[in-house]
Write a protein that binds this ligand. Structure first.
Ligand code: NAP
Length: 309
């Protein structure tokens, strides 16, 4: 039986790995078989992670954090967790291949998933001109006209990045002011290829087999109009990825996993949570890494108390 199983390979999970491994707990970390490394794998330049004054590419940062975790003995397994049995002293983690892994503690750091607009067309045209990932798909929109939906840092980052390829990038936002940080806003405002469409809600995405445009509803006047586009990038935030623990761990009103105060302790002893999955407010790589640290230390103390009993 393992001392610690960590689920998730973003900054939270891997930092928990660094701390748990350095504490001699030989953690096993399950990373997604398809998209390990978490959200930073879809990011370009990370400018605000301390220690990298010139900035660092998201995937390179994740590679460095992973090799740091592995250097101290974290065993990274690329397998998707399909089921969890968290009650009792022995926690059971089942992976998609049917294998069951047992541990005394589990750190849950599954991050968050792209939020959807909730309109029928977005699923239908997903991968056909509708995307949630500029770094993955931006390349296909060379000299095209595209739109980014959203008003936060993600939308500004995606829009700015997409101007490398597209000839024109609209930012469609449902209000008349942005949620994004000042520096990201200014960068987008200063970019000649970016045009803002304010107070606009996307009510439909047009196109039979490929996205050809959107229908916009003016939230002030109620007027509707169509906008021709070659592509639509949706960047309206993320939701915590909690489907594996529904009905098992207590959740907050925001849908994140509930933890005790500033700790990582969930509603089940021996189960800890860290990163975006517990955080509806900050959601930064560095706060996730800090949260992973807290979870590893909490797990370490829990295991030490088990030994004492
Ligand atoms: P966010 O800050 O929650 O912003 C989401 C944006 O999408 C908001 O402007 C929101 O509008 C809009 N929105 C939400 N639901 C919508 C819907 N159904 N239809 C239309 N618009 C909708 O999410 P985020 O931009 O992904 O950022 C999340 C966190 O990651 C933040 O803490 C951010 O600072 C961080 N982040 C940082 C960086 C960076 O520092 N380089 C880069 C990316 C993300 P309202 O404004 O009207 O609510």
């Amino acid at each position: 039986m393992h001392q610690i199983i960590i689920i998730g390979s973003g900054p939270a999970g891997l930092t928990a790995g660094i701390y748990a491994a350095r504490a001699g707990l030989e953690p096993v970390l399950f990373a997604s078989s398809v998209s390990p490394g978490g959200e930073l794998m879809n990011t370009t330049e990370v400018e605000n992670f301390p220690g990298f004054p010139e900035g660092i590419q998201g995937p390179e940062l994740m590679e460095k954090i992973q090799s740091q975790a592995e250097r101290f003995g974290t065993k990274v397994e690329y397998a998707d967790v399909s089921e969890l049995d968290l009650d009792g002293d022995v926690k059971r983690v089942t992976t998609a291949d049917g294998n069951v892994h047992e541990a005394k503690t589990v750190i849950f750091a599954t991050g968050s998933a792209y939020r959807k607009l909730g309109i029928a067309d977005e699923e239908r045209l997903s991968g056909h001109g509708v995307s949630w990932c500029a770094t993955c798909d931006g390349f296909f929109f060379r000299e095209k006209t595209i739109a980014v939906i959203g008003g936060g840092d993600s939308a500004m980052e995606e829009a700015t990045f997409l101007t490398r390829f597209a000839s024109k990038v609209y930012v469609i936002h449902r209000r008349d002011s942005l949620k994004a940080s000042k520096i990201m806003q200014q960068r987008a405002f200063d970019n000649e290829k970016i045009e803002f469409i304010w107070n606009a809600e996307v009510t439909a995405i047009h196109g039979e087999t490929e996205a050809t445009g959107v229908r916009l509803n003016d939230t002030v006047t109620g007027e509707e109009r169509d906008l021709d586009l070659d592509g639509v990038f949706i960047a309206i935030g993320n939701d915590p990825r909690t489907h594996l623990v529904h009905g098992k761990l207590d959740l907050t009103e925001d849908g994140t996993i509930a933890v005790e105060g500033r700790t990582s302790k969930t509603s089940i002893p021996g189960v800890f949570a860290a990163g975006d999955v517990i955080d509806a407010s900050y959601r930064q790589a560095i706060t996730a890494a800090g949260s992973g640290t807290v979870a590893a230390l909490d797990a370490e103390h829990y295991l030490a108390a088990l030994e004492d009993n």
